[in-house]
Design a protein around this ligand. Structure first.
Ligand code: FE2
Length: 202
């Protein structure tokens, strides 16, 4: 299987007013994400054990295998970014009712959820991700992961939203101010309607 860079679900200028510039998206999607896809296809090309497998099958196959860590890094980052682009919206920040109710049940309220998410995203040392996950116990939780790791590989449940906290995601628009980037995501960019749809499917 040859993997492809997915098209962004909005124009490259669409998020600028909400805090993510076209320049960030052009680099992040067009260069960084593309580089993960290109590298992954190169590994698949050279390794018969990976050929014909879906992205999820490759991640499962290479997770925990030290000699295949470079495959994991690129496959994981492809998976993570596919979710990330869907986690953003030009009309982000609006919490639909069913998700708001579930968040109130599991976190105590929207403010408490945002605080937990911000803590996870800002305390992830170095590169990584913060996630809203539906655990196998049916409860929402916030998790974080390093580098290319994600809730799917870690068996934590269904990822509903993912936020990239690699510097390449915020340096152009926020310089080193990761906390401001995270707050801006939660209030203006987060596609809670996508998260609610993921929740309904799970
Ligand atoms: Fe990224």
């Amino acid at each position: 299987m040859t993997f492809e860079l997915p098209t962004l679900p909005y124009s490259v200028n669409a998020l600028a007013e909400a805090g993510m510039s076209a320049e960030t998206l052009e680099f992040h999607h067009g260069k960084h994400h593309q580089a993960y896809v290109t590298a992954l296809n190169g590994f698949v090309e050279k390794n018969d054990a990976l050929k014909g497998k879906s992205l999820e099958e490759i991640i499962r196959f290479v997770t925990g295998k030290a000699d295949l860590a470079p495959v994991f890094n690129n496959a994981g980052q492809h998976w993570n970014h596919i979710l990330f682009w869907q986690s953003l919206s030009p009309k982000g920040g609006r919490m639909p009712a069913a998700l708001e109710k579930k968040i109130a049940e599991d976190f105590g309220g929207t403010a408490e959820f945002k605080e937990a998410f911000k803590t996870a995203a800002t305390t992830q040392f170095g590169s990584g991700w913060a996630w809203l996950v539906l655990g196998d116990d049916g409860r929402l939780k916030v998790t974080k992961s390093a580098n290319a790791d994600n809730p799917f590989a870690a068996g934590q449940g269904e990822a509903l939203l993912g936020l990239d906290v690699w510097e390449h995601s915020y340096y152009i628009d926020f310089r080193s101010r990761r906390p401001d980037y995270v707050t801006n995501f939660l209030d203006k960019l987060a596609n809670y309607e996508f998260a609610e749809a993921q929740l309904a499917k799970a």
